[in-house]
Ligand binder design. Sequence first.
Ligand code: MG
Length: 163
Amino acid sequence: MQTIRVGMGFDVHRLVAGRAFWLGGIQIQHEKGLQGHSDADALIHALCDALLGAAGLRDIGFHFPDTDETYKNIDSKILLKKTMELLRSESYELGNADVTVCAEAPRLNPHIPSMKVCLSETMQVAPDAISIKATTSEKMGYVGREEGIAVYATVLIYKNEIL
Ligand code: MG
């Protein structure tokens, strides 16, 4: 019997001066960066939450609390790797992930192929299992004013159970 489950994740981080801009596991040149306890990679955080949600394993804050100094400025790829280990310990594997980033700037489309390679290597899945899309919010709201960026992630996970 195959168990199939879906999960969704959402994350927002504020754009501030004086921080490196990390998204989808890679660093992108931009005059601002994302503020947060870790490297603030909102794409990876949304993806982790989608994966954990699909498996019924709570959320990223539960496993990696931002009150814990261990996670200060941590590379979010480490959190993603640990999240995949948690899922695989429950015999789950990724079917596919579909991610939408809402950002007015920087332009993300040229970076999407590198993000896909980076995430697929981190997660140990095929690159075509990961889709990343970029959109703006047409200059409206906090995304439109470039105060922050928002990311939505949807995943499908599965496990094959021997009965
Ligand atoms: Mg976050």
